[in-house]
Write a protein that binds this ligand. Structure first.
Ligand SMILES: Cc1cc2nc3c(=O)[nH]c(=O)nc-3n(C[C@H](O)[C@H](O)[C@H](O)COP(=O)(O)OP(=O)(O)OC[C@H]3O[C@@H](n4cnc5c(N)ncnc54)[C@H](O)[C@@H]3O)c2cc1C
Ligand code: FES
Ligand code: FES
Length: 1260
């Protein structure tokens, strides 16, 4: 009889059995594509973002209960869920029966675009199932590897903290469980404000008895004792059920434990090969945990988390607590929950670069490793010997045992690139006591034992730090310094202090008496997203569809000599290769005259040459996405390489430009003359890095060919009409044949205007050729390689000041790295140069902007559109002036502010502006002066840990006076009285649809639940500008108001006649043939506000104060307190506006700290080319004390939509400014105290390595 080929498991209460599972198949792929459970989202497919988190339940026979753990479905091989209970977000709750986690997150405004939300729900769900009353620490630990790019995490934390008895949530003033936030808001300034968006006290309590039970079918399942063999096209895996089978079948096979990392690695290999694996997972002996009096034994197939839990419970407290703390820093709980300790040991031992925390720990604890030799014997060796004899190359690990009678004390340290919770780059540990210490340092490959240091410590000759260093024999660098500093503290106290800081959040807004507008109503689509019901482009199901794999340039600059796709086309399931030859129309659609945005020369497919690594040469279409991506890697491209210009400075030198140099302001001679008259002229340079959008949903399109030439384009685009224009041009069609639809985006931030359209164009080309629906869904690494980012810049300034530090004249030159094609670069250069004066009156100003061409990815629009760069330039200028005249930076900023009535350097009058009010308010509210003195006091007695505090502010004139300055809306009233609204703007997490529904509800006086926005589609709204630039509530809101006015002008008399009976009135109107639908434009009437055609009618303004702590040894930072005060006029929805402020804050924080973009100078490859290598802020980065206030002052002249002002971008400008300055405060303080006088020009990001570099000259 052939061996059985099936696995059995249960998904959300439904039994599933599968035969012949392909071993390369992931659980996520299966859930999404086979079971149609699309709530499990794919944001990275590398185990980094957490969007795909699901919960696995297994029965623990020992404890006689089910155990639940969160895992990354994108990594878990499907064949390893045999006899497992798989719970996805759909199984947790639905809109009809919403789970308390989902309910609190949805109503607690804990999501914006919603793409990350199911993942957060699942991480929290696993926690609650094991710990119904979790501590705040447990909550923080559970979601530490879930990324969110929109919310800034605060509302997520607050919603989840509400499950903790430690009282992390709002107590509503009852003071139950911990402190009360209201105690912090006793100031008279807060009177008249609501100080919480909501309290969780009134929410249904969490009741663990209501949870879906562990399926009895899994417990009663009579598992065959036969081993299972699964065969895929490249991999065959044997799943033995007992040790005898394992021994018999092992020969010639590659042993895997969880197979998580092995599967991930081979999935990136496109070649055809054949490999046999054998798994330890279902063999009892590999899963055993035996606790004896003197020892604890842990099987090789046990997960890293279980190893940690077992050791922490069954070792003495000195060791157990340290183990637990150490693994709480493991970068991903989802990975630790599934990946095995044995896999970790072997992967690291085989590699020269991978640092394993598990291997370090086993080395320190001198684990005894039992191996199953080739000849079938069991041999026990010490871990040192296991490594020395390289037994991992030939033998199978069965288990490890650890002594339980060890009473020494354990110290462990783990360092990552930006924090201790990142993937490990360095680790160090020591077991101290009994004159037999064991000390190891992990640097990749096998940990190195520091025997001399052990002897020295055991001799107890004292704790002199220099001696410690000498005896360690370690190279002097920041990592070793950190390790030995912490070890030295540990030696003195014999404990590691783990202080868990409480976190406080406050949000203030002025309550309203309106029915709809102004209320903090939860976004109507929150419940859909949080239950996994919300549909993003890649979730749409299309029959007979194919998927694209992208063939990318691997060189930065070359002529293409030949493209050979024959190898790829041989693969079964690959249906075609498409490139420039297949484009029926214009391959550079951005240059068409109908493109009113600005001319763009980006080619859809490379045409005879490539100008950047990552440029798309062609696409492979295949029947599934995994195959398409693998096949794309098999396409061979022959190049004749040309000299590339990768470095911005070299390109500047070579005068390599993408367009005209742009000059604004006074003539050069006039500015020079003014500068010559100044008391002093200060000069400086600014170097700012790029930033990746890192929207959670990567670029996605689905193009469905229709009848004739028609195309329906589902695209994750910020501009349906723009995408329509691009697709019709590429396809050589009239626009009316192309319908572009967008329901929602999983984040955009400017990155889904042009790039999204290019992907749609590629899909359209393939769809037409194949006459089949085509999906284009970028993997995270392709998205990173292909798409443009924020413009990196180099700038020079000269600023003339008087004796007090008041600027009299300024000359700016800025070079923006536009990458290989124009994209948005000329426009961003213009905006940056025009707004270079930021919030200041700098006297006579000249600003010159250079759009530079380099052979790197084509820079594009990004939240702020050049203004964050202007802000950071000016932060540097102000810091420079302050240093020169020996004054506080904030004093200098204030001295130089442009105020109401002033004119900006290009002549615009400043009006309807609350900049001064925001600044003054924030200064008082944040108690800035007093806290600054405290910071000074702290720094006097702290050598390496420094604190910094800084304020920054913003002014953004809205709505913009250009072709984007109108909105379009369409209103349909159905005979049942329900209202369907359509707008030209796209919903991408900014809450635009919700705001528009509230506007419509208020204007029509109809209940909010009677109004809906289904999607954004070019067959309903045409010629709408792209969505972006903070003004969409204004433009779309004006259009909605115009529609409501038009409709009510027809309906009002009938409604009045019917005593307000809406339903009756609609029927009557219908009977009288009165049109119940209309489409209207919304345009700001600038003359009405006394502003010129090119001026903006109002300003959104704000100020913020940031206090930060920087450890100058590691370069890590921690936000201590942030106060943000914004004037948004009368907010349309305070919860949405506060969400935008907090989300922007964290994005701005990331821009100037952890988010680093660099290209290899020789190869032109992006160095942060995987999800794991590019670091965006995580929940742990949220300020310990985060306060936001919507200042309720009435300066909203010109804000026409219920006196509200736009908000999306402004907070980012001030947050990046304040965070940067606060960190520079720390750096400057450190340098001053270390006798370094040299001024540090502005450089960003201030990543951990940059901080260490700036604070290192005298230390080592
Ligand atoms: C997103 C992410 C974050 C991570 N963060 C961290 C971190 O913070 N710290 C850290 O230390 N590590 C980290 N890792 C690494 C992780 O710990 C390892 O990749 C993982 O433990 C490998 O185990 P596995 O079960 O997947 O191994 P498998 O894929 O099963 O096997 C890996 C290798 O081990 C061998 N092997 C497996 N079992 C045995 C056995 N019984 N006998 C002999 N050889 C065997 C296999 O042959 C294979 O070569 C991270 C990994 C990811 C993906
Ligand atoms: S998609 Fe699985 S962790 Fe990102
Ligand atoms: S809401 Fe978290 S990524 Fe958008």
């Amino acid at each position: 009889m052939p061996p059985p080929t099936g696995i059995f498991f249960n998904v959300n209460g439904k039994d599933v059995s599968e035969d012949n599972v392909d071993p390369e198949l992931t659980l996520a792929y299966y859930l999404r594509n086979k079971l149609g459970l699309r709530g499990t989202k794919l944001g990275c497919e590398e185990g980094v973002c957490g969007s795909c988190t699901v919960v696995l339940g297994t029965w623990d026979d020992g404890e006689n209960k089910a155990v639940y753990r969160a895992v990354n479905a994108c990594l878990v091989p499907l064949f390893h869920v045999h006899r497992t209970f798989v719970i996805t977000v759909e199984g947790v709750g639905s809109r009809e029966k919403i789970h308390p986690i989902q309910d609190r997150m949805a109503r607690g405004h804990a999501l914006q675009c919603g793409f990350c939300s199911p993942g957060f729900v699942m991480s929290a769900y696993a926690l609650l199932r094991n710990h119904p009353d979790p501590s705040i620490d447990q909550i923080n630990a559970a979601i530490r590897a879930n990324l969110c790019r929109c919310t800034g995490y605060r509302p997520i934390l607050e919603a989840l903290y509400s499950f903790s008895p430690e009282g992390g949530g709002c107590c509503g003033g009852n003071k139950n469980g911990g402190g009360c936030c209201k105690d912090k808001s006793s100031s008279s300034e807060d009177e008249g404000y609501d100080d919480k968006l909501l309290s969780f006290n009134d929410f249904p309590k969490y009741d663990p008895t209501q949870e879906i039970i562990f399926p009895p079918s899994l417990r009663t399942y009579a598992d065959s004792q036969d081993q299972v063999i699964l065969k895929g096209s490249r991999i065959e895996v044997t799943l033995p059920k007992n040790l005898t089978q394992f021994k018999e079948s092992r020969e010639g096979k590659h042993v895997i434990s969880s197979g998580l990392i092995t599967r991930l690695t081979i999935s990136q290999n496109p070649e055809c090969f054949s490999e046999q694996w054998i798994s330890t997972k279902y063999v009892r002996e590999f899963n055993e945990i035996k606790v004896e009096t003197d020892s604890v034994l842990i099987g090789a197939a046990v997960s890293i988390q279980k190893l940690s839990d077992t050791l922490s419970h069954h070792q003495n407290e000195n060791i157990g607590t340290a183990v637990s703390e150490f693994f709480r820093k493991f970068s991903s709980p989802q990975v630790a929950n599934f990946a095995t300790w044995s896999g970790s040991v072997v992967v690291s031992a085989k590699s020269s670069t991978i640092v394993s925390d598990v291997l370090l720990l086993l080395s320190i604890l001198n684990a005894q490793i039992t191996v199953l030799t080739q000849s079938g014997e069991l041999v026990q060796v010490e871990i040192d010997e296991f490594l020395r004899r390289r037994l991992y190359e030939t033998e199978t690990i069965l288990c490890a045992s650890f002594s339980r009678s060890d009473n020494r004390k354990l110290f462990c340290l783990k360092l990552g690139e930006t924090s201790e919770q990142d993937a490990t780059v360095f680790n160090f540990g020591a077991l101290i006591g009994n004159k037999s210490s064991r000390i190891f340092v992990g640097l990749g490959s096998q940990p190195k034992r520091l025997t001399r240091l052990e002897t020295w410590i055991d001799s107890e000759e004292g704790f002199d730090f220099e001696d410690l260093y000498r005896e360690s024999g370690m190279e002097k660098n920041n990592n070793s310094l950190m390790a030995l500093t912490r070890l030295s503290d540990f030696l003195k106290s014999k404990t590691i202090s783990q202080v868990s800081d409480p976190i406080t959040f406050l949000q203030y807004y002025k309550p309203t008496t309106n029915e709809s507008v102004g209320r903090p109503i939860a976004n109507y689509s929150n419940e859909r997203a949080i239950t996994g019901e919300a549909i993003y482009v890649n979730d749409i199901q299309a029959n007979n569809a194919v998927h694209l794999g992208f063939v990318l340039s691997s060189v930065p600059h070359a002529e293409i000599l030949n493209v050979d796709s024959s190898e790829a086309l041989k693969l079964e399931g690959v249906v075609g290769y498409f490139g420039i030859k297949d484009v029926p129309g214009n391959n550079t659609p951005g240059i068409q005259s109908a493109n009113t945005f600005f001319p763009d020369d980006t080619a859809i497919f490379a045409d005879k040459k490539v100008e950047s690594v990552g440029q798309v040469i062609g696409v492979i279409a295949a029947t599934n996405v995994v195959l398409a991506r693998q096949a794309a890697k098999l396409v061979k491209v022959e190049y004749r390489e040309l000299k590339p210009l990768i470095d911005l400075n070299e390109a500047i030198e070579a005068k390599s430009y993408l367009g005209k140099v742009q000059c604004y302001g006074k003539e050069e001679a006039i500015v020079n003359e003014c500068l010559a008259k100044c008391d002093k002229v200060l000069e400086g340079e600014v170097t700012l890095g790029s930033q990746e959008h890192y929207y959670m949903e990567t670029q996605s399109s689905l193009v469905i060919p229709g009848e004739g030439d028609e195309l329906v384009v589902n695209c994750s685009t910020q501009g349906t009409c723009f995408t329509q224009l691009m697709v019709k041009e590429v396809m050589n069609l009239p626009a009316h044949k192309v319908i572009v639809k967008t329901k929602r985006l999983g984040g955009g931030f400017g990155g889904k205007v042009h790039n999204a359209s290019w992907i749609a164009c590629m899909c359209a080309v393939a769809a037409r050729k194949l006459n089949r629906p085509v999906y284009g869904f970028l993997s995270r690494s392709d998205d990173l390689a292909i798409t443009g980012k924020r413009h990196a810049i180099y700038a020079k300034y000269r600023v003339g000041i008087d004796a007090e530090g008041k600027a009299q004249a300024a000359h700016f030159e800025t070079w923006l790295n536009g990458g290989w094609s124009k994209d948005h670069t000329e426009n961003v250069t213009a905006v940056m140069s025009i707004l270079v004066d930021d919030v200041y009156n700098l006297g006579s100003v000249r600003s010159v902007g250079y759009p530079v061409k380099t052979n790197s990815s084509s820079s594009t629009a990004f939240r702020g559109y050049g203004q964050p760069q202007s802000k950071l330039i000016n932060e540097g200028v102000m810091r420079r002036i302050a240093r020169e005249v020996n004054k506080d930076v904030e004093e200098i900023k204030k001295l130089n502010f442009a105020v109401e009535g002033d004119r900006r350097f290009l002549g615009d009058r400043i009006h309807s502006d609350a900049h001064t009010e925001c600044w003054d308010y924030c200064t008082n509210w944040s108690d800035f002066e007093k806290r600054k003195r405290n910071v000074e006091e702290f720094n006097r007695s702290s050598d390496s840990v420094k604190r910094g505090i800084a304020m920054s502010s913003v002014r953004l004139g809205l709505p913009f006076p250009d072709t984007t300055a109108h909105g379009i809306a369409s209103l349909l009233i159905n005979l049942d009285g329900s209202i369907q609204l359509s707008i030209g703007g796209t919903e991408m997490g900014q809450g635009l649809n919700q705001k528009m529904i509230q506007v419509c509800s208020e204007a029509l006086r109809r209940p909010i639940e009677t109004i809906t926005i289904i999607d954004n589609s070019t067959d309903k709204i045409t010629n709408a500008p792209v969505t972006g630039g903070s003004q969409n509530s204004d433009t779309n809101g004006l259009a909605v108001l115009a529609c409501c006015k038009k409709i009510m002008s027809r309906l009002q008399p009938i409604v009045e006649q019917n005593g307000g009976d809406w339903q009756k009135s609609i029927l009557e109107a219908y009977g009288k043939h009165i049109p119940l639908q209309c489409t209207e434009y919304g345009v700001v009437n600038r003359s009405q506000f006394g502003v010129g055609d090119m001026e903006t009618p109002y300003n959104t303004t704000g100020a913020c104060a940031v206090e930060i702590e920087v450890d100058t040894v590691t370069g890590y930072n921690r936000l201590i307190r942030v106060d943000m005060v914004m004037d948004v006029g009368e907010s349309l929805n305070p919860a949405i506006d506060i969400g935008q402020i907090e989300g922007s804050f964290m994005q701005g924080y990331g821009y100037v700290t952890c988010e680093k973009i660099s290209y290899d100078e020789k190869t032109g490859h992006l160095e942060q080319n995987t999800a794991g290598k590019y670091r965006i802020p995580r929940a742990r980065d949220v300020p310990k004390d985060f306060r936001v206030k919507l200042l309720g002052i009435n300066k909203a002249n010109g804000a026409e939509v219920y006196s509200s002002k736009g908000i999306g971008e402004p907070p980012l400008m001030m947050s990046c400014g304040a965070v940067h300055s606060a960190i520079m405060y720390c750096v400057d303080d450190w340098r001053k105290h270390n006798g370094i006088e040299e001024f540090v020009d502005t450089i960003s990001p201030l990543s951990a390595d940059k901080i260490r570099e700036l604070c290192s000259k005298k230390r080592i």
